[in-house]
Design a protein around this ligand. Structure first.
Ligand code: SAM
Length: 198
């Protein structure tokens, strides 16, 4: 007998996201992380890597208000309406130069929900996910201010400890969070670092 595909039917997070005007259920992952780590405040400058279809960007823009700024970056265009405080760039974060991402630098918060296209090999996917997190760390190295915070999605794999180590050297505090909205069978976790060292 065929098993139910949990990705086919909208779950309650997807339905709630739709009702609240967010294009993706992933908004509840950032809301959960923000609630626990108290990251977003009014007036902040944020870079959101892997921003399409736009839920994190919209959530961040709401939290930082009219004085804040978001630079949203993705391979795909964001098709939802964005407030004027958001600038969106279509491009590959692995190829874009740091200067291309500097519009609102120095950043108070670097977000990365970037995820590689999955291949069917968990090991390959985890390696590619770690490369995306390392790129986000590189962006923070170049463009984030001392005291700033960092959030990145990572697919669990052999690279986990090494990636955590990169962050531990750069930030005062580091947590690994798995928000409630992460699907039970997903291998993703979120690395949340605060207090970037000077
Ligand atoms: C899970 S989705 C992000 C969802 C988004 N945070 C939201 O809340 O709407 C992952 C995104 O990462 C993007 N992505 C993957 N690799 C990327 C890269 N090298 N550069 C930029 N974006 C990338 C994908 O195009 C995809 O839109």
């Amino acid at each position: 007998m065929a098993r139910a595909n949990p990705y086919r039917r909208p779950d309650h997070f997807a339905q709630r996201a739709q009702k609240s005007g967010y294009p993706a259920r992933s908004v509840f992952k950032l809301a959960d992380i923000d609630g626990r780590a108290r990251l977003l405040r009014r007036g902040m400058r944020v870079i959101d890597l892997g921003a399409a279809p736009g839920s994190w960007t919209l959530y961040a823009a709401e939290r930082i208000g009219a004085e804040g700024r978001v630079l949203a970056v993705d391979l795909q265009p964001i098709t939802v309406a964005l407030p004027p405080t958001v600038t969106a760039i279509v491009g590959d974060a692995l190829d874009l130069a740091n200067d291309d991402l500097a519009l609102h630098a120095p950043y108070d918060l670097v977000l990365s929900d970037m995820a590689p296209a999955t291949t069917g090999s968990r090991q390959t996917d985890a390696i590619r996910s770690a490369a995306l997190v390392e790129r986000a760390i590189g962006v923070a190295d170049a463009l984030a201010r001392p005291g700033s915070a960092f959030v990145a999605k990572l697919f669990m794999g052999a690279e986990y400890d090494a990636v955590r180590e990169l962050l531990r050297h750069r930030y005062d505090a580091l947590r690994t969070l798995r928000p409630e909205a992460v699907r039970a069978r997903s291998v993703e976790v979120f690395l949340v670092a605060t207090g970037r060292k000077a």
